[in-house]
Ligand binder design. Sequence first.
Ligand SMILES: [Zn+2]
Length: 255
Amino acid sequence: MNKPGKKRKKFLRVLVISAHPDDVDFGCAGTLARWAKEGAEIVYTICTSGEKGSDDPSLSNLELARTREKEQLAAARVIGAKEVIFLRKPDGELQYSLEFRGELVRIIRQCRPDILLTHDPANRAFDNQYLFHADHRVTGELAFDAAYPAALNRNFFPGHLIAGLNPHAVSAMYFFATSQPNTWVDIEPTLDLKIKALRCHISQIKEPKVMEKFVRTWFGAWGQEKGLAYAERFRCLQIFRDPGQRLRQLKKSMP
Ligand SMILES: [Zn+2]
């Protein structure tokens, strides 16, 4: 129990919104593991359960969805996430809608994160099969629009107020799978955890040794860009609650 008058230490609250199981682990698990070690409270929201992620005709969609949810839960435990929310939308068929945005606004208002991580919806670098999945773009766009301005403005989805959910302002967004990075996070201390989390996705990763080599090469190359052994890259965006904040930041960046 806290001593009277002693201020409770404020830990970072983090929400990740991704399209499929395993996106979090490829995209940002090294960074999340670092924050978890520092006491951050981390929640994942996975929009689909990835039931189309197999060509095996003997495997039903339902069976694969259950398997992939279990795999994601195991990976979240490795990283130290507190909770995983599965929205169970149809894999490969995500569509932008006001209703879907409202669901994400509700989750933001419930979790009240300082930082929201998601796919970069602006990534149109169609050079990699993993990155250009339409579900990634839709999820990133919805998460972005849910955080700003909807979640922080009481006039958006006012029914939430009646349900006792107050508006919430996310302080920063971290977009992974971006082609325009502006932030590199050193993941050397947590690379092994990232690989361990990825190994949980057994249904997707048939050759774990090849995956590990791929991860070391890929994130090693990104680390080299900043003189680090391994790094995850993000496009970060600070969300300003008022024009004064934006002005102060602009003045700081002026020569
Ligand atoms: Zn994905």
